[in-house]
Design a protein around this ligand. Structure first.
Ligand code: G3H
Length: 493
């Protein structure tokens, strides 16, 4: 898939500069070669500035064609876009699978979930405008209109390169904002089919797409001062660096989904048969490359040895292989430096007294293929416990009193979600108490996850700013504009 064109200011034109090759994370057996699956424009700072200026022009201080449309007109446009996506969903999913090595079922789910998210967003906008027009309070009649903010710059990570681009883009667009989309560098070519749809369906300049090195493209965009909202899913370090480039960072509105290091707490009375499959999936689906993955397990001492044994055995049963193979759970990792990083974390954990408890060989098996590793006797000082490793390692710590769980949670820099596995309601309630003011969501006898997408998705501490969900996102990307009329005057109308 060679993405030859750029979409800027309503025109889809062949790119004149350099291109970056995209290689599959999958190596040909017995060689050092990977399939070249496409290329995309290495856009320059000048191209990026054109993109943000085009979005600003299309917004035109709220007077542009798109922000001036009624919500129902915008919904019509969005419905046309939906039809285009549905027609192309298989091709988009294939591209996700090849590019980031996500299993076929999960790649397809990423696209169908996005389609459902757009449908739910349309429904939420209809409800919003049905219910909110006039409110009479203390002798004042107030007309309330949710108005767009301006221009969104949205940027998403490699692990949900399609879906998470749309989770900020769609609510922003439907509320009347215009956009610059910065595509991730892994998971970029899966967007090739939507360029034409955007060009054909939306007014010129409403969506402008930037590809290439983030340092070369995002910095100049921010420095223009033309970005009104930054919708970003990625690391907090990257987010704070980019935000600082804005000449007035305090005026920039933010919707950030950042790192997490979600904790799974296993209580002494856990039903292992029920819990183990859920914990394994929570830790290792898509190789642990989900911000919602369980990254540290805290297991009560009464059940520790049994849990470690059964969990390690279950992990050892996961099949390694290629993403198109039906039963495969562990697939090659797309990030080139990841295997080396994982080896460093294992060495560090062993240095501090941890030990690998899988029987099957864990760690880097063959270049991009990393077999899951379970580390027992994990400690808070280990890098694998402190850092969001975003890979197939599971450190397991032991606790005897719930206050140790509380202390661990309070000392963490992250606060996205947590999961508790156990049976006794009183013990569960005590464990929930450790998290209520520390994370955005607690899951009981279930792994951490973003969905269902109608639920608020947020976090505390360094994990998030702003709340995403079908309905919350509409508020994030709009401002209520109020015209208030004293009741007497109102009666004259
Ligand atoms: O990687 C971060 C995603 O928001 C995780 O979403 O829980 O639906 O896999 P998920």
């Amino acid at each position: 898939i060679n993405m030859k064109n750029v979409l800027l200011d309503g025109t889809l034109k062949p790119f004149k500069g350099n291109f970056i090759n995209v290689y599959s994370p999958i190596y040909y057996q017995g060689t050092e070669e990977r399939a070249l699956i496409g290329s995309y424009p290495d856009m320059t700072p000048e191209d990026s500035i054109k993109a943000i200026k085009a979005a600003k022009k299309a917004f035109n201080n709220g007077k542009g064609e798109w922000p001036s449309m009624s919500p129902y007109e915008r919904i019509n446009v969005m419905n046309k876009f939906l039809k285009g996506l549905e027609k192309n969903k298989i091709e988009i999913a294939k591209s996700i699978m090849w590019e980031i090595s996500k299993s076929w079922d999960d790649s397809l789910k990423e696209v169908t979930r996005t389609i459902e998210y757009i449908k739910d967003t349309i429904k939420a906008v209809e409800d919003l405008y049905k219910n909110k027009n006039l409110r009479t309070v203390s002798g004042v009649n107030a007309f309330i209109k949710d108005s767009p903010i301006g221009v969104i710059l949205c940027s998403s990570p490699f692990n949900y390169p399609f879906n998470e681009t749309y989770t900020t883009l769609i609510p922003a667009l439907i509320m009347g904002n215009t956009a610059v989309m910065k595509l991730p560098n892994y998971g970029v070519v899966c967007h090739y089919l939507t360029y034409q749809l955007f060009k054909d369906i939306f007014p010129a300049g409403v969506i402008n797409i930037v590809t290439g090195d983030g340092r070369k493209t995002l910095k100049p965009i921010m420095e223009t001062g033309l970005v009104d909202i930054f919708g970003f899913i990625g690391t907090s370090k990257a987010a704070s660096t980019i935000i600082k480039y804005h000449p007035k960072p305090n005026a920039l509105k933010l919707c950030l989904g950042l790192e997490a290091n979600n904790v799974g707490v296993v209580l002494g009375d856990v039903d292992l048969k029920k819990a183990i499959p859920e914990v394994v999936s929570g830790c290792l689906s898509y190789n642990g490359q989900r911000c919602t993955a369980l990254k540290v397990l805290l297991v009560h001492e009464n059940i520790y040895e049994e849990f470690v044994k059964e969990f390690s055995e279950a992990v050892d049963k996961l099949t390694l292989g290629m993403p198109w193979e039906k039963s495969v759970k562990i697939t090659p990792l797309p990030e080139e430096n990841k295997p080396k990083y994982i080896e460093e974390l294992i060495d560090d954990a062993i240095k501090y007294g941890g030990s690998i408890c899988n029987k099957k060989k864990g760690g880097v098996i063959d270049r991009s293929i990393v077999s899951p590793i379970v580390i027992r006797d994990a400690k808070p000082c280990m890098r694998v416990v402190q850092e969001e490793q975003f890979g197939p390692i599971t450190p397991i710590m032991k606790w005897s009193d719930i206050s140790e769980v509380q202390e661990f949670v309070m000392n963490s820099n992250y606060g996205q979600q947590a999961a508790i596995f156990g049976e006794n309601p009183d013990l569960i309630a005590k464990a929930v108490d450790c998290f209520v003011y520390n994370v955005g969501r607690v899951n009981i006898n279930s792994q951490c996850q973003r969905g269902p997408d109608v639920l608020p998705f947020t976090g505390r501490k360094d994990s998030a700013q702003g709340t995403l969900s079908v309905t919350d996102a509409l508020k994030v990307f709009s401002i209520p504009s109020v015209v208030a009329i004293k009741s007497k005057e109102a009666e004259l109308f």
